[in-house]
Design a binder for this molecule. Structure first.
Ligand code: ZN
Length: 644
């Protein structure tokens, strides 16, 4: 059937009136099928038009059959788990077949599908187009080749069935780093070893004007390298004690986790002045964003010190073992996120634990970090209507959307709540086995891969419960469902208490709290008067049904005065400190009006801390203590090129 024939589909039999009916004709897009794809795609990306921030891309596709087909531009992003890739970025699409132009039509519903009719006897389809990116992807100093935003591919196969021969032309003098193997470099053109489309989408390539490769260690036989990339050479400095801590972190990962599910691992770390700490995980690499003073000003990085551990753990938790609904045959098939509280939640848990074991964070700083986690999760009124199992739906509808009432709307709580949930699972495992089993044992068995390049293995909720049950028989399904589906009855600090610690509030903030305020650019009074406010008096967040909420404040309100004096952050903090005696009085500007508000809050400043539960053994301290297993990592010798 041709496209023209399909376009005249009838509205259907049985019409009984002349009232409107929808006529939406569309040729079907071939569904992905797990079958052989003959030959290989050639994908070439030109990353040289830095001025216009444009990639020029050419894809050559060996024709598999004549007839209607479609080219797809990816929609679901590997690390956001949501439909965050947009065909808006693709422009100038031109398709030819054996050198002759071939018309295409965008699918009427799916804007990421380009439909074509392949004539009989054709052999090679070629698509050329531009992909428009921002300064975060193509700039004079830093270049990212994000394959999942650059390729189009034929519909009808699983991504793992399609082999790709990728190549890229980089600006002169720049050296590529990625988990892909370089086969040849000539005149700036980098030819990469063939990989499946599935692997290519998960293997971004980076480069930078200033690049320093720091070999850290081998995990088993797999070398792990920290690639530092920056606009200035001086930002590439890695103090020896920082490197030693990262090597210890690899040691601690190796002491818990089974042999690495990669043959080589590359941290692709970009250091930029205004960057906030973050990362994106892949099987053989991770893209890490760091402020340029990250390693230099270590004291001010309390809250971001576990980012490398977090991203590395994802190689096991998320990339090798994948929740069955999160795995998809192609990046144009929707994914489910029902187990993101494992994928992200347990990874965040391991980030906290491994950073402590490696000495990246002191024991006290770790306790303070856990207090931040516990307080944020415990103060989530939104749990009344959205359980954790609804919060994990975040990627499907909330990605990149503003959330003015975060504690009520909930947004991505599965990271921090995961830390608390897995602390609780660890405590249950210990209690049921007299301390013989814990989450270390779960990780060792659950994430075991037969080899570094073993294909990903999916798991379901039942598989997870079975793995826990093998360590300590229990109604794991019932226990876990009660938490993830539960509402206000869930005690999210139960794991901390079982580990011998409880969440309390005092009038003194921890260093971690102060740094988090600084990173968020606010004075955070969430746990007292229920709001955060900038140093200019602009209200950023208001706790649902808290004192500030009750007084009519909302995100965007501006506090003009405190007790009749012009707004000043310190003045507001001092006013809250004295609120037991004198209720806080604010002049608030909202919608062009200035109104006087008195907060009905008769407490004082409140900041979260952890303290010991008397009479309960402290198993948290032993959880945070370094493991002394068989040493599985080997520090790599310094090389004169990369080491001072
Ligand atoms: Zn993560």
């Amino acid at each position: 059937m041709t496209l023209a024939a399909l376009a005249t589909a009838s509205p259907g039999p049985g019409r009984t009136s002349e009232l409107p009916v929808q006529v939406l004709a569309a040729a079907p897009i071939p569904e992905p099928v797990d079958r052989v794809f003959a030959g290989a795609l050639e994908v070439h990306a030109e990353a040289t038009d830095i001025t216009h921030r444009i990639f020029n891309v050419r894809v050559r596709i060996p024709v598999q059959a004549a007839g209607p087909t479609a080219l797809l531009y990816p929609r679901w992003e590997t690390t956001s788990h949501g439909p965050s890739l947009t065909a808006t970025s693709l422009a100038g699409l031109s398709v030819s077949i054996d050198g002759q132009p071939l018309p295409w039509q965008r699918h009427p519903i799916d804007a990421h599908a380009f439909q074509l009719e392949i004539p009989t006897g054709a052999s090679t389809l070629e698509a050329t187009y531009q992909v428009i990116v921002g300064a975060d992807t193509l700039s004079r100093d830093l270049v990212v080749v994000p394959w999942q935003r650059l390729v189009v591919y034929p519909a009808g196969w699983y991504a793992r069935n399609i082999m790709v021969e990728p190549s890229v032309t980089l600006p002169p003098g720049l050296e590529p780093v990625s988990s892909l193997e370089v086969e040849a470099v000539q005149d700036g053109m980098v030819e990469l070893a063939p990989v499946s489309l599935e692997t290519l989408l998960d293997s971004p390539l980076h480069t930078a004007r200033h690049l320093r490769k720091v070999p850290l260690a081998t995990m088993g036989d797999a070398p792990v390298t920290l690639n530092l990339m920056a606009s200035r050479a001086e930002d590439l400095d890695l103090p020896p004690e920082r490197k030693a801590e990262l090597v210890r972190m690899l040691d601690q990962v190796a002491a818990v986790f089974p042999p690495a599910p990669f043959k080589r691992y590359e941290f692709l770390a970009r250091l930029e002045d205004d960057a906030s700490t973050g990362g994106a995980e892949h099987r053989g690499s991770s893209e890490i964003s760091l402020p340029s003073n990250y390693f230099r000003d270590w004291a001010s990085q309390l809250n971001g010190r576990d980012i490398l551990a977090h991203e590395l753990v994802h190689a096991w938790n998320g990339l090798y073992r994948v929740p069955a609904d999160l795995w998809a045959p192609t990046p144009n098939v929707p994914q489910g996120g029902s187990l993101l509280w494992v994928y992200e939640g347990q990874t965040e848990f391991w980030g906290r634990i491994l950073a402590a074991r490696a000495g990246l964070r002191s024991r006290q700083d770790t306790l303070d970090q856990l207090a931040l986690d516990a307080a944020e999760v415990a103060n989530r009124p939104g749990r009344a209507w959205r359980s954790l199992s609804d919060d994990v739906r975040y990627p499907t509808f909330m990605l990149q959307k503003p959330v003015p009432w975060r504690d009520w709307q909930r947004r991505k709580d599965y990271y921090r709540e995961g830390v608390l949930l897995w602390l609780w699972v660890d405590a249950l495992l210990r209690e049921r086995t007299n301390g013989r089993q814990g989450l270390d044992d779960f990780a060792r068995s659950f994430f075991a891969a037969p080899s570094g390049d073993a294909p990903a293995r999916t798991y379901t909720f039942d598989d997870l419960c079975a793995a826990l049950d093998a360590l300590a028989p229990n109604d794991w399904a019932g226990e876990l469902r009660a938490w993830v589906d539960g509402h206000e009855e869930v005690d999210t600090t139960a794991g901390l208490v079982r580990h011998g610690w409880q969440l309390v509030y005092t009038d003194t903030p921890t260093a971690a709290y102060l740094q988090q305020q600084g990173e968020d650019g606010v004075i955070d009074l969430s746990y007292s008067i229920g709001m955060t406010v900038t140093d200019k008096g602009v209200v950023r967040a208001v706790s649902w049904n808290g004192p500030a909420f009750a007084a009519g404040l909302a995100p965007g309100s501006r506090i003009a005065a405190v007790h009749g004096e012009p707004f000043d952050g310190e003045r507001l903090v001092a006013a809250v400190r004295s609120a037991r005696r004198i209720p806080v009085q604010l002049a608030v500007e909202q919608d062009g009006e200035r109104v006087e508000r008195t907060l009905r809050y008769r407490g004082t400043l409140r900041y979260p801390h952890l303290v010991r539960v008397s009479g309960r053994p402290d198993t948290l301290t032993s959880l945070l203590a370094p493991r002394r297993g068989i040493r599985q990592t080997k520090t790599l010798p310094a090389t004169p090129l990369t080491e001072k």
